[in-house]
Design a protein around this ligand. Structure first.
Ligand code: DGY
Length: 319
């Protein structure tokens, strides 16, 4: 029997690509250049499964009446790049890769929090520029996280992993908002009723909710103003959760103390104003970027594909 035809829209870790080749008639994107919308559309006509990433805009036009594809296997936990309603209409199943990138993403959130709190970017920039003249008692004083309050928006797996790090390693008090009741946050943590209540009491706020839909601009000008003066905002979730223009304005005004961002509203574009600010730490969407994690994500996609083509229930079905 002919092997199922599968396409990956990006280059994947070598070990995963080798596994894919062994199991499927697979087309890999060696050039690792994003497919155009036309190429993506053609993939839905020519392949049984399309393996996508956060950089693919899988909209209704791309999915309309696909001639061949029946499965979209996303390499990632977030899938707000996929119009899930249109997928449903086009009878396409959608899977993602939850669980395997929890620690890596929480590590990046923690990295951002500490980088901004301790002004490491400013220090390193100064040092590399040859401007460090020696230790001084008042040089680059940051803020200590110990004893401060961390507000988490979205207490899913990654939110809980961030809470664990900040509670145990940094002695922080944890409060959080989640749309659903969370009976066990993993560490002592207080669930508050609204986003505003969390923002009002938090010295640090870390976002861990999904992007898209009703979370677009969840953190807008009004909510930024509701944050404590000098607070630090961390986003390792999705760029569209924050109104980036409002964030720039809040940082410029001095209301917000700093921001650590791994994701942006119009990736890979980053608001120019942010790139010239010293009190922000900017990373190129590195949340899940460890060899171990990216391989585990690939293997999870593989498990979803294999289940699909063997006619079994999909382990990580979202549509
Ligand atoms: C995820 O898994 O959602 C990461 O952000 C990469 O897409």
């Amino acid at each position: 029997m002919a092997k199922p035809r599968v396409i990956c829209t990006r280059k994947w870790p070598d070990r995963v690509e080798a596994e894919l080749k062994a199991r499927f008639d697979v087309t890999l994107n060696e050039a690792d250049v994003a497919l155009t919308q036309d190429e993506l559309r053609a993939a839905f006509d020519d392949y049984d499964a399309v393996c996508t990433t956060v950089t693919d805009r899988v909209d209704a036009a791309v999915m309309a009446a696909p001639k061949r594809a029946r499965l979209i296997a996303q390499f990632g936990v977030g899938f707000n790049n996929i119009d899930t309603e249109a997928a449903r209409k086009a009878s396409l199943a959608v899977t993602n890769t939850p669980g395997v990138l929890t620690d890596a993403t929480a590590d990046i959130a923690l990295t951002l929090l500490l980088n901004v709190a301790r002004r490491t970017y400013e220090g390193e920039t100064m040092l590399r520029a040859g401007e460090w003249t020696g230790w001084r008692p008042t040089q680059l004083m940051g803020t200590s996280p110990q004893g401060k309050t961390l507000g988490i928006i979205g207490m899913g797996r990654i939110g809980k992993a961030m809470a664990k790090r900040c509670y145990h390693a940094l002695d922080m008090r944890i409060v959080f908002y989640d749309a659903f009741p969370v009976s066990d946050a993993g560490v002592p943590a207080e669930q508050l009723g609204t986003v505003e209540e969390v923002l009002a009491v938090s010295d640090f706020v870390s976002l861990h909710c999904p992007g898209g839909g009703e979370n677009v601009h969840l953190i807008n000008a009004e909510r930024l103003a509701a944050m404590k003066k000098g607070a630090i905002l961390v986003n390792s979730a999705r760029g569209d959760i924050i109104d980036e223009a409002a964030l720039v304005a809040s940082l410029r005004s001095g209301h917000l103390g700093g921001a650590g961002l791994d994701v942006f509203e119009r990736e890979p574009k980053v608001a120019e104003a942010l790139t010239s600010m010293r009190n922000v730490c900017l990373l190129p969407h590195l949340g899940s970027a460890t060899i171990e994690t990216r391989e585990a994500m690939g293997m999870t996609v593989l498990a979803n594909l294999t289940a699909y083509f063997e006619g079994r229930d999909l382990p990580n079905r979202v549509v």
